[in-house]
Design a binder for this molecule. Structure first.
Ligand SMILES: *Cc1c(COP(=O)(O)O)cnc(C)c1O
Length: 416
């Protein structure tokens, strides 16, 4: 058995769920105090949300930016701006956050799942193409974990068919592909400011676009479709109140100048871990395109279960003993295997909008998604944030080396 004396002391890693792994402080408090002193906490009158929107759009290189209540709300705004007819199809990915999917249903459209590349966990032009139909109204691509999709091929496909692309950038702040930031390739880019994202307001979201007409619809959808500033304003169409408050706006505005530093630090740490663990048996470091800059929302390993007995699950168990809380499988099952899709539980017993769906669009047969199952089987998601120092990276690298050595050593030697 392991002699505790041989084990170096446990090191507590910074966590994005608390101050240790977040870049929040004096600047946020100062802006919050200003917001409260002003007495105006709504973005319809205050200036923090507006300033954040302008600054954020500029930071990612987009013409318009609109803040809203969450990343889920941002996706909902984007879909509402594109305005599908009931039963229209929106192609999306089988590995993503539920907040990127339920808004499709709320707008009466059918999510049609594309498979993913098992090495990057992202949809590709090829997997999207296989999911297109006459009824495809939009494509949502998720740049998962901070690693961009192959946007050149995806945009070529979408442009040839004249289908708008929504980019889910919730995990990919300042992620670039060629010389532009993600969020600016498609018609609309959506971001989340939830607790665990690159920058945060606890809850919050942003949409960016270069298209004036879509920008107008996003703005209206956030504001109950009330035409603020118009000569004869009215509630023009069905919409919600998805506004961000000035309290969140103040924090967002203070977070913005920190974003580049946060991203740089995450990349620096990730590159260092990659350098340390490259060549470890049965483990692959993040795969990315030569055209991409990955900004590491998380750091994912691909674990080869044929080399490492027990695969990602066994490795996670050993890391946990060292206080490293990794997540094998990321989401436990493909999104389409969740009850909301499988049982079509939506509005009353209507099953709307699934009652309008083509059978093939809601056929979630396992054989259609080989990349998805392979991706979830092999992935091990390491927690990541900008506060990791060399000491933390060394600690993780050492823990991985030790775990891989133990798991792969010959059975005879394992019974010492
Ligand atoms: C976090 C996340 C969302 C949803 O954002 P919320 O702010 O939690 O509503 C959507 N898509 C992806 C890929 C996410 O990671």
């Amino acid at each position: 058995m392991t002699n505790p004396a041989q084990q170096p002391a446990l090191l507590r890693l910074p966590s994005d769920q608390e101050a240790s792994g977040r870049t929040l402080g004096f600047e946020e408090i100062t802006k919050l105090t200003e917001a409260i002193d002003s007495g105006c906490l709504t973005s319809t009158k205050g200036n923090f949300v507006k300033s954040f929107e302008t600054g954020f759009a500029k930071a990612v290189g987009a013409k318009h930016g609109y803040a809203c209540a969450s990343g889920t709300a941002a996706i909902h705004c984007a879909i509402a701006a594109i305005n599908p007819e009931p039963g229209d199809e929106i192609v999306t990915t089988s590995i993503t956050d539920m907040g990127a999917l339920t808004p499709i249903i709320y707008q009466g459209a059918i999510p049609v799942f594309a498979d993913v590349d098992p090495n990057t966990y992202n949809v590709t032009a090829r997997t999207i193409e296989a999911a297109l139909s006459e009824r495809t109204k939009a494509i949502i691509v998720t740049h998962l974990f901070g690693n961009p999709c192959e946007m050149a091929e995806i945009m070529a496909l979408a442009n040839a068919r004249n289908i708008p692309v929504i980019e889910d950038c919730a995990q990919s702040f300042l992620t670039s592909y060629d010389d532009a930031y993600v969020g600016t390739f498609g018609a609309i880019g959506c971001f989340s400011l939830q607790q665990g994202k690159h920058i945060t307001t606890g809850e919050g979201g942003v949409c960016v676009t270069n298209d004036d007409a879509l920008a107008r619809r996003i703005f209206l959808f956030i504001n109950k479709a009330w035409g603020y500033g118009d000569a004869n304003p009215d509630h023009y169409f069905l919409a919600l109140n998805y506004r961000m408050s000035e309290l969140q706006g103040a924090v967002a505005f203070a977070q913005l100048p920190k974003l580049q530093g946060v991203v740089d630090s995450r990349i620096r740490g990730a590159n260092e871990l990659t350098r340390r663990i490259s060549g470890l048996k049965g483990i692959e470091t993040p795969a990315m395109s030569s055209r991409a800059i990955h900004t590491y929302w998380k750091y994912c390993l691909r674990v080869d279960g044929r080399v490492i007995p027990g695969g990602a699950v066994a490795l996670a168990k050993m890391l946990k003993e060292r206080g490293i809380m990794s997540a094998p499988r990321y989401i436990q099952k493909p999104a389409f295997a969740c009850e909301v899709f499988r049982e079509q539980r939506t509005f009353g017993n209507s099953r709307f909008p699934f009652n309008l769906a083509r059978p093939e669009a809601v056929n979630y047969d396992r054989n259609k998604f080989p990349g998805t199952y392979e991706a979830l089987e092999g992935v091990l998601v390491l927690p990541w944030n900008e506060r990791y120092t060399q000491q933390h990276i060394d600690y993780i690298a050492d823990a991985l080396e030790t775990a891989v050595a133990k798991l792969t050593e010959a059975p005879a030697a394992a019974t010492v």
